[in-house]
Design a protein around this ligand. Structure first.
Ligand code: G4F
Length: 327
């Protein structure tokens, strides 16, 4: 029996990964934070299904900063695979709250590694690392061996966690793999990330709910893929006999302006009439040329991204338009 535990199960990636693992016949357990406002909208459809919830899907309260509860939960569940996706993942916000970003993203990962080191049964551990560990890389595209030189608190926290995964793998023989994930988007992306912010705004402007869209640097470029392709990569990362690091990317750069052009065109709108610049969304340091070479994952795991950039942005915009129109 495959029994997976997912930290960050209520997020974009956690929700898609849960669906994938349930399809593959796994029993899925998820850690959720005990807060006064429990938002589980992305997994509500699974939670409300009596054939799934409490039969094949189980949620447990635990926080990444509470080692005792984490340990107790892991000992109780005895997962065969642990997908660690949780943490404060917004780069801009990490400049505002650097300490809690590091506490959750860096120390939270170390806590999990320490716990699985003590577990009697072996666990395959996947850490969702980020292209942000490379900062402003001297070489493009980046690979698994590109030097780690982050330029923001989030990147520093992810760099620490990524290196700890390597240290625990090498020093204790733990099966622990990093997936170095480039930006990945979907209709379930949080609204404070730029693609969803743009798609949602284009739909809201089309329906007359909003007049303007305020953005930071329109010339910023990213290697954007589809989150559903990337969660497949997460699962594939834990299938080889040996743990390793794998980079997941499309290998193609696009600008924020291109996202705007596609989303507004999908809604038959003139973006130049609606989009305004807001200095507050500029970042103290912006990474440049973050574009990945995913040859290793393609060759070793047979991974291949399946959605192209334009279809993804159009799908996200139409999905927001349908959801807003149905309200
Ligand atoms: O959508 P973003 O906020 O994503 P960012 O910073 O690249 O980080 C995401 O991808 C990383 C790599 O996979 C993850 F590690 C991380 O957790 C997260 O998922 O911003 C994308 C770009 C940036 O260059 C930003 O400066 O868009 C630019 N941008 C321009 N205007 C904006 C805005 N970003 C946001 N969030 N809001 C704006 O108004």
């Amino acid at each position: 029996m495959h029994r997976a535990l997912i930290t960050g199960i209520t997020g974009q990636d956690g929700s898609y990964l849960t669906e994938l693992l349930l399809e593959k016949g796994y029993e899925v357990h998820g850690l959720v934070r005990r807060t006064s406002n429990i938002s589980r909208s992305r997994i509500d459809h699974l939670y409300r299904d009596p054939n799934i919830h409490q039969r094949r899907l189980f949620l447990h309260y635990a926080d990444l900063d509470d080692a005792t509860t984490l340990r107790r939960t892991l000992v109780k569940i005895q997962p065969t695979e642990l997908f660690h996706l949780a943490g404060q993942s917004h780069v801009g916000l990490s400049f505002e709250i650097p300490e809690s970003t590091c506490e959750m993203t860096a120390m939270g990962t170390l806590r999990l590694l320490e716990i699985i080191r003590d577990l009697p049964q072996p666990v395959r551990f996947f850490h969702a690392s980020s292209s942000e560990i490379f900062g402003r890389p001297a070489t493009s595209p980046q690979t698994e061996t590109t030097p780690v030189e982050p330029v923001n608190p989030y990147g520093c926290a992810k760099a620490f966690a990524t290196q700890m995964v390597r240290v625990y793998r090498q020093s204790y023989g733990i099966y622990a793999s990093n997936g170095i994930m480039y930006n990945h988007e979907s209709p379930r992306r949080g609204e404070n990330f730029v693609t969803r912010k743009i798609c949602h705004a284009a739909a809201a402007i089309r329906l007359g709910h909003q007049q303007e869209l305020w953005l930071g640097d329109l010339s910023a470029q990213r290697d954007w893929g589809d989150a559903r392709d990337y969660v497949r990569g997460m699962w594939l990362s834990l299938q080889p006999d040996q743990a390793d690091d794998f980079l997941f990317s499309t290998g193609t750069l696009h600008s924020v302006q291109e996202v705007v052009e596609i989303a507004f065109a999908a809604m038959d709108l003139d973006w130049k009439a609606c989009v305004k610049r807001d200095e507050r969304f500029l970042r103290p340091a912006e990474p440049n040329r973050l574009v990945g070479d995913s040859s290793k994952a393609r060759k070793t795991l047979g991974w291949e991204p399946q959605t192209d950039f334009k279809s993804l942005i159009v799908e996200m915009t139409k999905s927001d338009c349908d959801a807003l129109a149905a309200r």
